[in-house]
Design a protein around this ligand. Structure first.
Ligand code: PAF
Length: 283
């Protein structure tokens, strides 16, 4: 695995590979890699000859009082995991390389209106602008043929698909299904914040999504009532609920009869904010 921290040298290297006709897949991450990230890399390898992974904890997508300072940084273990699955290239830029003006918010930012303000955007103002800006920068730096993102961050995936379409970026975005622990908890770097008791309760978020999915499969269309019942279930399991929403797959309100739905939840277990979602194709 070759490692780069400078944009210019990464670009030179990738230009050489492109000249030799190699296709490039890109997996942007913030590190602290778990099995879910490694699945993205494996899927990337099925899509291109060269796989670039970036590790960069992007300050611009964390709000005041969020976990930027405590976000787990495990570079040596991450490097080993990526080496073990034959990743071609690791890109680990510094803050100075990504934001040379030394500002969390550069003069030019990318905001995806419509999708970004709701759900996680409501409780994390500025988060999706931070994500959209860094992802646009990274896509311009790497210029991959395909880029892969986890469906666990479903709203983020739609934000990225929208910016790629609107800015005519020549990259195919692939969403990879959520990878789960045996008890159903979606894999996330933030799961490491949970203490033993919280970890035991945390899978209830997925069980509640599945319960709502069963209600919808059974033909219920009283979406607000299902949402309230689900919120109550989560409260009883010890969560502080941010939202539990039944929307269509584009994250618009559901019209009766809609078949492609997404059920999304965000809730705090102790100090840890967890998100998860369930895509549904009703018959
Ligand atoms: O999903 C993440 O890890 C981050 O939001 C991303 C896409 C790497 C941008 O910083």
């Amino acid at each position: 695995m070759e490692e780069f921290s400078q944009i210019e040298s990464l670009r030179e290297h990738l230009a050489g590979l492109r000249c030799m006709g190699e296709s490039i897949a890109f997996v942007p991450t913030m590190g602290n890699l778990h099995e879910g990230h490694l699945e993205l890399v494996k899927e990337a390898k099925r899509n291109a000859a060269v796989v670039v992974v970036s590790i960069y904890v992007n300050p611009a997508q964390f709000g005041e009082g969020e976990d930027f300072d405590n976000y787990p940084r495990t570079m040596q273990q991450d490097r080993e995991k990526l080496e073990n699955i034959d990743t071609s290239i690791l890109f680990v830029p510094s803050d100075g390389e990504m934001y040379p003006a030394g500002d969390r918010s550069p003069a030019t930012t990318v905001e995806v209106a419509g999708i970004s303000e709701q759900l996680c955007g409501r409780s994390r103002p500025g988060h999706f602008a931070g994500v959209a800006t860094v992802v646009t920068k990274l896509l311009n730096i790497v210029q991959p043929d395909v880029a892969l993102f986890g469906q666990k961050d479903y709203q983020q995936l739609l934000v990225i698909r929208q910016l790629v379409a609107d800015l005519n970026l020549p990259v195919e975005v692939i969403g990879v299904p959520t990878f789960r622990e045996d008890d159903g908890l979606a894999m996330s770097s933030r799961n490491g914040y949970l203490d033993a008791e919280e970890r035991e309760r945390a899978p209830e978020i997925y069980r509640t999504l599945q319960w709502a999915g069963d209600q919808l499969e059974a033909g219920r269309e009283d979406y607000p009532v299902i949402e309230l019942e689900a919120i109550e279930k989560l409260r009883q399991a010890g969560f502080l609920v941010d939202y539990f929403s039944i929307l269509d797959s584009g994250l618009h309100s559901v019209k009766n009869g809609s078949k492609n739905l997404t059920v999304l939840a965000a809730a705090k277990m102790g100090a840890t904010r967890l998100i998860d979602n369930l895509p549904l194709n009703l018959r």
